[in-house]
Design a protein around this ligand. Structure first.
Ligand code: BES
Ligand code: ZN
Length: 886
């Protein structure tokens, strides 16, 4: 807990480690309250270090030191000292073996960093700085060591004993009462990739033959009795292994690959070498218990953690400022994987929705930071949408700029040159420059300048000369610490469309330069692009496939948007055009609610939607995306300041109702035609059909007639899978008590014994846009199935409320904020990482209208002043209240 103002760590202060730890010999005796960790570290001076003295400082937190020796000789108290965060050895020899023994208490560990117990299973989480809670160590990613790990435990308490690398030895002790296992990891790794598991677990196994013909044993460990829910994760793993060989030439490098699912986990999953540890909600799936969204997340996250084996593990980060080197790149890789095995267009739309919902607000608010930050107080706070999702967009832009072939060449060089290294963003970019003989110095600005560029756009057509001119201007608003912005290198994919929607061929130039008419490079603040031999006035489709993470301000009329929504051959922009039309409708409704202006005309929008629904060439999943309205948060972002979430909620609902009414017959047809009786599959086609059917259902239900509600209830009761059931449950939970209560009660009775599925019940309660919601949440907290120490539950109930229930969270009387602050303060007292992440839900508070803004600020100040808040929450809350000046 905090005693003084925490200090910021800065990239410019990076120094090579004073020492290297080449080998770790770890011995762990598992015990719930007193686990003994004895470690022998082979240490030598780092030739690259500039330190003059012989002092060695190791990190360590919450460790009870019981023994310390150098080369077998006990140290006297004069030779070392400990502080709450470190161990200092005054005079360390040039090369030696340091032995320490510490005791730690896994049962008391509710922060879930280091070694802890999850439903009786011992497990670890070391990224970013958890290893220091297991033993004294140089807990930084540029210290790489080989590991030998021996784990010892009671045989009936922990029948399965796992660590990184390959199994080496196992045996019984005390006549079988106790046992041990030894694991060896030959690949040098930073300690954040260390992992250990001990417990009684069931498992499923399979194997994979690598491209060079080696056999790898695959194993997924889950709670006993849940083995039949691990199959989808196993299939996803094998698909990932195959894909990485094919697409990037990357082969797996150990004899075994293990995954363990645990119930207590701060994040989604972790890429520990050869032993990935997962939040069980991202492993377990069966048609009756997991939604299609979960199926797709499992596939994507299993792939993501597997892909880290090369981008993160074989090549790791020099320091935590380089986090995007592994995370942005690996997100790009998992997105490409999903695009390749599912629908590329639908995948892209989902990525962009996610980016806009999470990263854009971050970039526009007090927590804005560059993809590669230059300072932090608590590194756990920097696993952000900016580092991850904007980081992935930067890799995608890089591939766009240098081309697919150049990108693959650069990746090959990166893998070859940096295998075994702790690398930097500079190391990464140089590989692409060398492989393609290009200069990426301007592009690199994306890594250290924060903020989302706004692009304004003007066009003109000269009939006589047959030229089309595009004027683009970029402007990036100030962000904390960066008041003046330079122009970015922005790749713009585009198409000049003729009246049939096809791209017209044109020659293109900017100044004296000629360029690809379908890919232009905006590199200055203002730039004019001229297209010649354009026979008729075209309609321009800009930023096709969302070629750059920017906001486009393009004042064009609804007719042009309708044209694009109907004819654009770029699926993403087709969706974008409809999405823009829908946004305009909702905004106009808000104006109508405020000042009684006439209701906006919906004709063009409805016509475009209707045409798309009737188009048998379009896949169901894509149609579902077209039907899905922008979220209330999307609208809030569009408005930007003086946001009134209550008004947005009303207008949003009205537009749903209008669509439900106007497209009623067509939606009925869609609803009926999407089959429900065939056997479940998580294929792109089937998931798309269920998505379309359920989106149609939501719009039909928005009409709010008794028949609509009855149909909802029927949809719920007759659902043959969790996707249909959960979708109906969420809609029903938002209705009056007569419908919400029976549905919620039914769901509860059916699933209360399943600690994963019941989280859907918590989320349905929390997301209901009803005035009774807050009291229902308070009641749910007291339910025996709720548990504050399980992050999934806190996120399902409190996180969903803050993130997905704008009208109640932002209730005009401030009750949502008061409750939220209470919860943050409470959760922070045992799990700071979770509390700090939840707090981000209020990141856009300063865009609220005056009254709500004042109430939100009061609650933020209360959090800031509350006694003993963690470094994690301290950093977030102070930045939220007083963003640093430039
Ligand atoms: N390395 C992270 C897990 C992690 C995050 C550890 C934060 C410590 C602190 C892992 O690779 C990851 O990124 N997981 C994501 C899911 C992924 C698909 C984006 C997660 O856990 O949310
Ligand atoms: Zn990751």
């Amino acid at each position: 807990m905090r005693t003084e103002t925490p200090r910021a760590i800065r990239l410019k202060d990076y120094r090579p480690a004073t020492h290297l730890i080449t080998h770790v010999d770890l011995n762990v005796r598992l015990d719930a309250t007193s686990t003994l960790v004895t470690v022998k570290l082979k240490i030598k001076k780092n030739p690259a270090s500039t330190q003059k003295s012989d002092e060695l400082i190791l990190d360590g937190e919450g460790l009870d030191l019981q023994q310390i020796a150098i080369d077998g000789t006990e140290l006297s108290p004069k030779e070392y000292k400990t502080t709450p965060a470190s161990l200092h050895i005054r005079k360390a020899p040039d090369a030696f073996v340091l032995t320490t023994t510490v005791a730690i208490n896994p049962e008391a560990n509710k922060a879930l960093q280091g070694l802890y117990l999850s439903r009786g299973v011992y497990c670890t989480q070391c990224e970013a700085e958890g290893f220091r809670r297991i033993t004294y160590f140089m807990d930084r990613p540029d210290v790489l060591s080989t590991y030998k790990v021996r784990i010892e435990a009671d045989a009936d308490e922990a029948g399965v004993l796992l660590s990184n690398g390959n199994p080496f030895e196992r045996g019984n002790l005390d006549g079988g009462k106790r046992h041990y296992a030894v694991w060896k990891d030959p690949h040098p790794k930073p300690c954040y990739l260390f992992a250990l598991v001990g417990g009684n677990l069931g498992s499923i196994s399979s194997s994979f033959k690598t491209m060079s013909g080696r056999k790898v044993d695959l194993q997924i460990y889950v709670e006993h009795g849940k083995e039949d829910r691990a199959g989808w994760a196993m299939e996803s793993l094998k698909r990932s292994m195959k894909w990485d060989e094919k697409r990037f030439g990357r082969e797996y490098d150990l004899d075994v690959f293990n995954i363990v699912a645990v119930s207590h986990f701060n994040m989604g999953a972790m890429e520990n070498k050869g032993l990935n540890i997962f939040n069980d909600r991202l492993i377990l799936a069966s048609p009756d218990k997991a939604t299609d969204a979960i199926y797709q997340s499992i596939e994507g996250v299993v792939a993501h953690e597997y892909f880290h084996n090369w981008t993160g593990n074989r090549i790791t980060c020099r320091d935590w400022f380089q986090l995007c080197l592994k995370e942005g790149l690996t997100v790009y890789r998992d997105q490409e994987f999903s695009a390749d095995i599912r629908s590329r267009t639908v995948q892209r739309i989902r990525e962009v929705r996610h980016l806009r919902a999470h990263q854009f607000p971050e970039d526009a608010g007090p927590l804005a930071h560059p993809v590669r930050p230059d300072s932090y107080i608590e590194i756990n706070n920097f696993y952000t949408a900016t580092v991850y999702d904007k980081g992935a967009e930067l890799v995608r832009m890089l591939a766009t700029i240098i081309g697919e072939d150049g990108f693959r060449k650069g990746m090959d060089l990166y893998f070859e040159r940096h295998d075994g290294d702790a690398a930097t963003i500079e190391d990464f970019l140089v590989c692409f420059e060398e492989a393609t003989k290009s200069d990426l110095s301007h592009f690199k600005l994306w890594y250290h300048q924060a903020g989302t560029p706004r692009i304004t756009c003007q066009t003109s057509y000269d009939e006589k000369r047959s030229t089309f001119t595009l004027d683009l201007e970029q402007d990036t608003p100030p962000t904390p610490g960066q008041s003046r912005k330079k122009a970015f290198h922005i790749p713009v994919r585009l198409g000049l469309l003729g009246s049939d929607g096809n791209v017209v061929k044109a020659a293109a130039r900017s100044g004296s330069e000629t360029f690809d008419p379908e890919l232009i490079h905006l590199t200055k603040k203002r730039q004019k692009f001229v297209f010649e031999s354009v026979p008729v006035k075209p309609i321009v489709s800009l930023f096709r496939d969302f070629s750059a993470p920017v906001i486009v301000d393009f004042a064009r009329n609804d007719d042009e948007l309708e044209f694009l929504a109907t004819h654009d051959t770029d699926g993403f922009n087709r969706w974008q055009a409809l999405n823009t039309l829908a946004t305009r409708l909702i905004l106009a409704r808000i104006e109508k609610l405020k000042s009684k202006t006439p209701a906006p005309k919906t004709t063009g929008f409805i016509r475009a939607l209707s045409t798309a629904l009737n188009d048998s060439n379009l896949e169901a999943g894509f149609k579902a995306e077209l039907l899905r309205l922008p979220s209330q948060m999307d609208i809030a972002r569009e408005i930007g300041s003086q946001v009134d979430p209550g008004l947005i909620h009303k207008a949003h609902k009205q537009v749903s109702t209008v669509i439900g009414r106007k497209l009623g017959d067509q939606l009925e047809t869609v609803y009926k035609s999407m089959s429900t009786t065939k056997e479940f599959s998580a294929s792109a086609i089937d998931i798309g059909e269920r998505a379309l059917r359920n989106t149609a259902l939501s719009l039909l239900a928005a009409r709010g007639t008794d028949n609509d509600f009855k149909r909802l209830m029927k949809h719920y009761k007759s659902a043959g899978n969790m996707t249909d059931a959960a979708n109906a449950l969420f809609l029903l939970a938002g209705q009056g008590k007569a419908y919400s209560q029976p549905a919620l009660d039914h769901f509860y009775r059916k699933w209360k014994k399943d600690h994963l599925v019941i989280d859907t019940w918590f989320a349905a309660i929390a997301q209901a846009p009803r005035s009774s919601t807050l009291s229902n949440i308070k009641r749910a907290i007291k339910d025996p199935t709720f548990d504050y120490f399980t992050p999934n539950k806190v996120r399902a109930l409190i996180g969903s409320f803050a993130m997905h229930n704008p009208s109640q969270f932002h209730h005009a009387d401030g009750r949502g904020y008061r409750f939220f602050a209470d919860q943050i303060i409470h959760v922070d007292s045992f799990n700071p990482q979770l509390a700090a992440r939840l707090l981000g839900a209020l990141g856009s508070w300063s865009a609220l209208e005056d009254s709500r803004r004042k109430m939100a600020r009061t609650q933020l100040q209360r959090i800031a002043k509350s006694k003993g808040i963690s470094r994690d929450v301290f950093e977030i809350v102070t930045k939220m209240i007083e963003p640093s000046e430039s």
